[in-house]
Design a protein. Sequence first.
Length: 242
Amino acid sequence: MQPKIRLHVDLPLAAEAEVGLAREQAHYLFSVMRLAAGDRVALFNGRDGEWAAEVVSAGKRAGVLACRERLRQQTVLPDLWLLFAPLKKARTDFVAEKACEMGCARLWPVFTQHTNAERVRPDRLRAHAVEAAEQCGLLAVPEVAEPCPLAAALAGWDPARRLLFCDERGGGVPAFAAVQAAGPGPWAVLVGPEGGFSEAEAERLRALPFAHAASLGPRILRADTAAVAALALLQAAAGDWR
């Protein structure tokens, strides 16, 4: 029977392997969820598949689980990236969570000329990605890349990876059609800040041979909504939703 609770760990998973819990994990399992010795939890680490693990010992600040049965073999995330301008804290958290649910392999915060947020915490983004992976059945957690200026990200870009540039100025073709016309990936999605891309940024993006300007419809979407919409369209047109 599939355990109802899933937990991401950074330790190796194998038959009868014992997994020590961090303090926060022990608190969640034993104080919040009220698990006890003998109860089962699903564990995954992004490398060894998913395992049903039994609670061997339970304490307020620590605990030990033992792997009893492999539930699923390891799978890999789709080779899909999301580049996004950091937003206000709660909305940045939303983007990280939803991008994980949509199947992104890499989240990359990039600073643009109109980005309002001055800083972003990769550890916070990863925590939200881990929580989303636990809840939606993923077997791996997306990588969170170090934030950098958009210009720096583009300067080192591999031209083999196509870039879906969400153009709020209305200069792009419908996103679904743009992806279908461009063909298979790998792909990345780029979503700008609340104030949109500057004219210089937009001109540079349009000039890049690997970038494809795309429209997300007749309405101007909030940046966090645009990220989810673009990822959904790309997954439907060329990703693992087909």
